[in-house]
Design a protein. Structure first.
Length: 469
């Protein structure tokens, strides 16, 4: 088996690939090449002689590779194909049965295709498809489950299910109508319409299309840039919540170290060069959306202990917690419009429901700063404590809660929260879609630059002050 792998395979010799991209394989797979480089785990479907048709073995190996990738140090995971094809879909040779097999009772063991689809649905890190050539069948339908998809302009997409008297799969009966509307989805899934990479981009299945002669280079450059983004805290929070969901605790508390609860998003990552501004918008998984979705889905009671000022997403995310306690010195501020950004963490939905549209708009659009007492009055905070006894009083309260029956608390949260989960996910996706567009705008960049300039001037003035005697 070959021991080399490119971040994105291209049509160069195996020796050139070995010199430039050689990395030790994580496991010895028969149908895959897997490696991690530049904080990116790349899984390459490696059956070029079969046009990367997905056999049962490949499905189970893909599942194992994703499990490894979920637990490694990479920032995100890429799936692509070796050779000219991304994937020609299911390996139909396994579907040819003898009369004895057809007459036998149905096998109830796990279907390998269902197995890999479920693994992709549950995958925690951003998952990117790099479509290096034609995609057929499940090689097309599964793309809607990825966080973003890049394609070469020579890629084509075809789902010939009804020609084979088969049904669409990989959740495409649900995802395709949501992405492109029912009319286009039916034309593709039922009437076998073949479409180009540009058409796939126009209908929203593909995020971006690149010229074939520069495809691998441009995608490789883009992925390396994504890997540099400061995502650690969001993904570490996500991992910590996953651990907490499976431990023996009754509930989980999130708080801040030092004087602040959270000053919100780290805006230094939003400062872009002219080249970055002129580049197409980044469509990879947003780390803030990632943690918001994790909080929405968290099963145990989740409590915020606001130990100081909260800004931006440090405020908006509080509406997703099951209860919030604050010190009286805490303040709350959401300066989104000052930075030419949109509200996030589902606050466009949760804030009007908690405090009414008028107060929500004053806070989210007109940047009203408010105190812990005001936060309590409008329903965002459950209780406010004096600063000098805050930690002691909250700790006493939490110890009492920890004596409550764990399963009963979890079931009660399910009753209260579960009906809104789907709506919250929908709102979250919509908000971050808008934020992504705004974050790539010159208007937003200018506002953020002005923010840092004012901050620098203030720091300079403070350092230049001479005490008056």
């Amino acid at each position: 088996m070959k021991r080399e792998v490119n971040i994105v395979p291209n049509a160069v010799s195996s020796e050139a690939m070995k010199q430039k991209y050689t990395q030790p394989m994580k496991q010895n797979y028969e149908t895959l090449l897997v490696s991690t480089q530049d904080c990116i785990t790349t899984i390459t479907m490696n059956r070029p002689e079969k046009k990367n048709a997905m056999s049962p073995q490949m499905c189970f190996e893909l599942s194992a590779a994703l499990e490894d990738a979920a637990n490694d140090d990479s920032v995100f995971t890429v799936i692509t194909g070796a050779g000219d094809y991304f994937s020609s879909g299911s390996d139909l040779t396994s579907a040819l049965k003898s009369k004895e097999q057809l007459d036998a009772p149905p096998v109830n063991s796990e279907n390998p295709f269902r197995h890999i689809v479920k693994k992709i649905i549950d995958f925690q890190k951003p998952l990117i498809a790099v479509v290096n050539g034609p995609a057929i069948g499940i090689g097309v339908t599964v793309l809607a489950l990825f966080d973003t998809v890049y394609a070469t302009e020579r890629a084509t997409f075809n789902t010939p299910f009804t020609k084979l008297a088969l049904h669409p799969e990989a959740c495409s009966s649900y995802t395709f109508p949501r992405i492109m509307g029912p009319s286009k989805a039916i034309e593709i899934l039922m009437f076998n319409r073949k479409f180009t990479a540009r058409e796939a981009c126009d209908i929203g299945l593909v995020a971006e299309v690149f010229p074939d002669n520069s495809f691998h280079r441009e995608v490789r450059t883009k992925l390396k840039e994504y890997a540099k983004l400061p995502k650690n805290m969001c993904f570490e929070l996500s991992a910590a919540l996953e651990d907490a969901a499976n431990d023996d605790s009754v509930f989980t508390v999130i708080t801040g170290a030092g004087d602040y609860f959270s000053s919100g998003s780290d805006l230094t990552s939003a400062l872009k060069s002219k080249e970055q501004l002129d580049a197409p918008p980044v469509n990879s998984e947003n780390p803030f959306r990632h943690i918001v979705k994790k909080i929405i889905d968290f099963q145990k009671p989740l409590i915020a202990v606001v130990n100081g000022p909260a800004i931006g997403i440090g405020v908006t995310v509080l509406a997703l917690f099951d209860t919030v306690y604050a010190t009286e010195r805490a303040t709350f501020n959401t300066p989104f419009t000052k930075l030419a950004l949109h509200p996030e963490a589902c606050s466009s939905y949760t804030f009007p429901r908690i405090m009414g549209p008028s107060k929500a708009i004053e806070i989210l659009m007109f940047n009203k700063k408010f105190t812990a007492r005001e936060a309590c009055d409008i329903g965002l905070v459950a209780e406010v404590f004096p600063d000098n006894s805050f930690h002691r009083e909250v700790r006493t309260k939490l110890k009492e809660y920890a004596k409550l029956p764990k399963n009963c608390l979890t079931a009660s949260k399910l009753l209260i929260r579960d009906m809104e989960k789907e709506k919250l996910h929908e709102v979250c996706d919509k908000e971050f879609e808008l934020i992504q567009k705004r974050a790539n705008s010159k208007e937003s960049l200018e506002a953020i630059k002005n923010f840092f300039q004012k901050k620098a001037k203030l720091a300079h003035c403070c350092s230049s002050e001479v005490p008056v005697t």
